[in-house]
Design a protein. Structure first.
Length: 459
C-alpha cells in the first residue's frame, strides 16, 4: 500500500515536477513503496527523485529496484548521490550491481566508495562469478568465546546497527577463525555471567567461498537456516549469506532453467529489456540446431518414399505419431529435470527411472493406441477415407503409438541423466530438443510397423 496517496498520484506529481510536494509525500513511505513508484520511470526522472530523498532512505530504496534499472540509474546520478546510494547498499547487493555495470561505470562507482566499503567491494569482486563469495556480505557480528552473556548483549547493542542479521551470531577466535554460532535468543535468555562458550550451540554448518550457487541453495534447503557463514580454505570467517540473498539466487537459477527448457539460451535481463539483436542470438542458435535436427525427418521419410507412394494414407498419420512421441518425451524430460534440480533423484537412480518410464510409456502408449485404433476403425466413412484395409491401418497406427510413446518417455527420462553424468546442465535437455530426437525415431518406428502389418495388402 503506497502510503496516503495512490501510485498514479505520485506519478502525477512527478509529471508536474512538483519535487517539494513529492519529497513531503515520500516521508511516510517505506523504501520498498518508493521503489515501486520509481519502477516504471525513466532513469532521468528517477535520478532527480534520488536527489530529494534523505541519504539513508535513498540507499535502501535503491536496493529494491530491479538490477537492470539500478544499472541505468547509476549512469545518471551525480557523484554525491552515487556516494549516498552505494555506501547505503549492502555489500552483496552492491556486488551484483557492479557485475551488471559497464567497466568504466564500475570504475567510477568504486571511486565513490569510502575506504571500508571499497575494501569490501574489491574483496567480493575477487571471487568467481556464481560462487558464494559473490553473494556473501561482510556485515555480520562476531563474539568471542570468553565473553559473558551480559558483555555479549552490550556488544550487540553497541555494534549491531546496520548488520545484515542479528538472529545468528558467530563466535571466532583471536585470528578470526570460525568456531561456532549461537542464536540471539539463546544469548538473551542465558544467565548474565554465562560465558558465550557455554551457551548451547547447534551443529556448525559453513559454506566454502568457492561453493557454487546450486550448492548454496541446497545447503539452505537442507539445514533450514536463516543465514550461513562463508569461510575460506583455512576456516577463516569471510562473510555470511542470508536467506533473502538465496531467494534471489534461486529465482535467477530457476529462470535460467525454465528458459533452457524452452530451447534457448538463458536471458541476462528482463524480457522487455533485451534488445532485438541479443534476443536473436539467444533464440536463433537453438532454433537453427533444432531445424537441422528436424531435417533428419526428411531423410527418414525419403527412405520410406516407395511405401508412402503405394499407401498415401500413411502420410495422414505422421503428425499424430511424431507429436505423440514428442509430447511423451517432453513430459518425461520435464519431470526428471525438475526432480534432479530438487535432488529427489541422483545419478544412481537412473535404472529405477528407466524401469518406471518404460512401464509408464507402455501404459500411456497402449492408452493412445486404443484411442487411435477406435478413432480410425469407427470413424464414419472409414473405408472411403482409409481404404478397404482400414482395420489394418488402425492396427499399424495403434502399434506404432505404443512404440513411439514408450521410446519418447524413455529417451526423455534418460537424456537429463546422460547430461548430468558428463557434467552438463540437465536443463539443456530441452523439450524441443527431446521432441526433435523422438520425431526422427518415431518415423522409423511408424513405417517399420506399417511395413510389417500392411505387407501383402497395401504395401
Amino acid at each position: 500500500m503506497l502510503g496516503h496517496l495512490l501510485k498514479p498520484e505520485y506519478e502525477e506529481l512527478i509529471a508536474q515536477k512538483d519535487w517539494e510536494s513529492l519529497r513531503v509525500a515520500f516521508e511516510d513511505l517505506h523504501p520498498a513503496d518508493i521503489a515501486e513508484v520509481l519502477d516504471d520511470l525513466p532513469p532521468e526522472d528517477s535520478g532527480v527523485i534520488f536527489r530529494i530523498l534523505p541519504r539513508d532512505v535513498a540507499g535502501v530504496a535503491f536496493e529494491y529496484l530491479p538490477l537492470d534499472q539500478q544499472a541505468e540509474l547509476v549512469k545518471t546520478l551525480g557523484s554525491e548521490q552515487l556516494v549516498n546510494v552505494l555506501n547505503g547498499m549492502s555489500p552483496d547487493d552492491r556486488t551484483r550491481l557492479f557485475e551488471e555495470l559497464p567497466a568504466e561505470v564500475t570504475r567510477r562507482a568504486l571511486s565513490t566508495l569510502n575506504p571500508d566499503e571499497l575494501k569490501a567491494a574489491r574483496q567480493l569482486l575477487g571471487y568467481p562469478e556464481g560462487t558464494a563469495g559473490r553473494f556473501m556480505t561482510p556485515e555480520y557480528l562476531t563474539l568471542k568465546p570468553a565473553m559473558s552473556a551480559r558483555e555479549a548483549i552490550e556488544f550487540i547493542r553497541a555494534n549491531g546497527r546496520g548488520r545484515e542479521t542479528l538472529n545468528v551470531l558467530y563466535v571466532t577466535d583471536e585470528k578470526g577463525a570460525l568456531l561456532y554460532d549461537v542464536r540471539l535468543p539463546d544469548v538473551v535468555m542465558a544467565p548474565p555471567e554465562t560465558q558465550v562458550s557455554d551457551i548451547p550451540t547447534r551443529h556448525m554448518v559453513a559454506l566454502p567461498a568457492t561453493a557454487m550457487r546450486a550448492d548454496v541453495i541446497e545447503a539452505f534447503e537442507k539445514y533450514d537456516r536463516v543465514a550461513l557463514p562463508v569461510v575460506d580454505s583455512k576456516g577463516m570467517l569471510l562473510g555470511i549469506i542470508t536467506v533473502d540473498d538465496v531467494l534471489d539466487v534461486a529465482e535467477q537459477e530457476a529462470t535460467e532453467d525454465i528458459q533452457k527448457l524452452g530451447g534457448m539460451e538463458a536471458l541476462e535481463a528482463p524480457y522487455l529489456e533485451i534488445g532485438a539483436i541479443s534476443m536473436l542470438k539467444k533464440r536463433g542458435g537453438w532454433l537453427a540446431v533444432l531445424m537441422v535436427g528436424e531435417m533428419l525427418t526428411t531423410t527418414a521419410m525419403s527412405y520410406f518414399e516407395a511405401e508412402i507412394a503405394r499407401a498415401v494414407v500413411l502420410a495422414l498419420f505422421i503428425p499424430l505419431i511424431i507429436s505423440s512421441g514428442g509430447n511423451s518425451g517432453s513430459q518425461a524430460t520435464s519431470l526428471i529435470i525438475r526432480a534432479l534440480a530438487l535432488r529427489e533423484l541422483e545419478l544412481k537412480d537412473w535404472w529405477r527411472v528407466a524401469g518406471r518410464e518404460l512401464r509408464s510409456g507402455l501404459s500411456l502408449g497402449l492408452l493412445l493406441a486404443v484411442i487411435g485404433f477406435l478413432r480410425i476403425v469407427f470413424w464414419p466413412s472409414a473405408e472411403h477415407l482409409y481404404g478397404p484395409h482400414y482395420v489394418l491401418v488402425g492396427l499399424a497406427v495403434g502399434s506404432s503409438l505404443i512404440g513411439v510413446v514408450t521410446f519418447g518417455a524413455l529417451a526423455g527420462a534418460m537424456l537429463p541423466f546422460i547430461l548430468r553424468r558428463v557434467g552438463a546442465d540437465p536443463a539443456t535437455a530441452s523439450a524441443p530438443f527431446v521432441a526433435t530426437l523422438v520425431d526422427v525415431t518415431g518415423l522409423v518406428i511408424y513405417f517399420s510397423m506399417a511395413l510389417l502389418i500392411l505387407r501383402g495388402t497395401m504395401l
